[in-house]
Design a protein around this ligand. Sequence first.
Ligand code: BES
Ligand code: MN
Ligand code: ZN
Length: 509
Amino acid sequence: MPMTHRTANVRLLRQSVPELDADLVVVPVCDHDELSDVPGLAQASSGEALTARTRGAFSGKPFESLVLGTQGAGWRAPRVALVGVGPAAACTADILRRVATIGGLTARAHRLGRVAVLMRASIGVAPEVAAQALAEGVLLANYDGASLKTADHAPGWLEEVAIAGLDGGAALDAAVARGVILGEATNHARELANEPGNRLTPRVFAERGAALAAAAGLGVEVLDETRIAELKMGLLLSIAQGSQEPPRVLVLRHEPAGAVSNVTLGLVGKGITFDTGGISIKPADNMDKMKDDMSGGAAVIAAMAAIARLNVPVRCIGVVPMTENMPGGRAIKPGDVVTSAEGKTVEILNTDAEGRLVLGDALWYARQLGATHLIDLATLTGACVVALGKTTSGLFGRPQVWLDRVHDATRRAGDRAWPMPIFDDYKDLLKSEIADFTNTGGRAGGAITAALFIKEFAGDLPWAHLDIAGTAWAEEAKPYQPKGATGVGVRTLVELALNVPSWAGASTR
Ligand code: BES
Ligand code: MN
Ligand code: ZN
């Protein structure tokens, strides 16, 4: 298996900056920042840190960075990376996470394995929130997307990381530990979503998901094609029948002792390991990107593993339907009518609208297993990318309280999402002459009609749907984010679970 990411030993260090024993100290720098609280920095390399700003080499704008030597500062660390954060008053956990990633990537680019990241007192982010965000950000830097290269490729890794400048008790150490697990989980999802479709078939996806989950202590069950047929999951089977590769459904369970009594989260993720479109085949341009069509499923697997590792006292069920969407000789054809496990009939007008079909049966199954609150993640529609672009996911569902909880979780996670409507009026677009409904509603409002289709399979439960078609894959690298799979949604799901005890009923013990 390729080495795409590594963990690092991340600790909170209660030492002063000159004492920090690291190859590189990462210092967030705000607008109009005199750096007077960082001892020695003004003297470092004859005042280079301050004069770089007057020369315009480094302005302190968000995500700008500059590496300097620290000669003359009296530090143990030989180098410092200044990373811009913009106005101190506007600095958020989000910005700190990105600053830490930039610091970590900078260290790796210089092949420096031991970094310290400094939190500044001038930044008004609560210590626990900052500690978690900085740890997350550093771990996100320990990811390498070029792991299948066999020549001239030996990435450096972060080994030892110190978070400095924060004072506090055990809660801060716990926040760092949480950040590490969340960062690693995001990297696990990125690794799976970056994996090419020939390497990550449904069977391999199920195996690797099962291994990741079992190592984290989750209950694991893999439904094979026979079991899927017994359950009459006709929507999933209809997509799978066009491929030589059999489908799978990965079922993960987190059932901690002392869990809150009245909530079981049902996390469902689209797991199309490659989407050709089927008989309604896609154009050749950019079809290669469709290897990421299992990003929602990868997010559910990685998040479930993190939820287990964090011992979150909330029951969670993960369901990931896995198949290819291929135009084989037995593939479904436009006009075919298929029957879902729940018994509803669907007229398939476009075989490229496959995600909503596999999710329909998976949401039904999550309800059968006892979920009380549903959330699904899916690279579902190009229409959502048109509506919201590449950095914001579409948020759909009901009722409002549940959507608000999910939206809040996306904010804590640093995953952007924005509410979209699901008015009943749109349902006319899914009317079929011969079946209960069609699987497409045309171009207009395409992300909304897709959501309304999925809603048919959520029963009466609170349900949220995140369309991550735009956000799952970064077309270009940013200073804080590599090109490729982003791991969007992983931290949202974990933050959502972590928050359940604050609003759900008391423990059963
Ligand atoms: N996986 C695609 C959606 C997608 C498109 C994700 C672009 C990322 C980038 C999905 O299965 C799909 O093909 N959707 C169709 C639906 C249409 C046929 C109603 C689409 O968006 O074109
Ligand atoms: Mn498709
Ligand atoms: Zn798809």
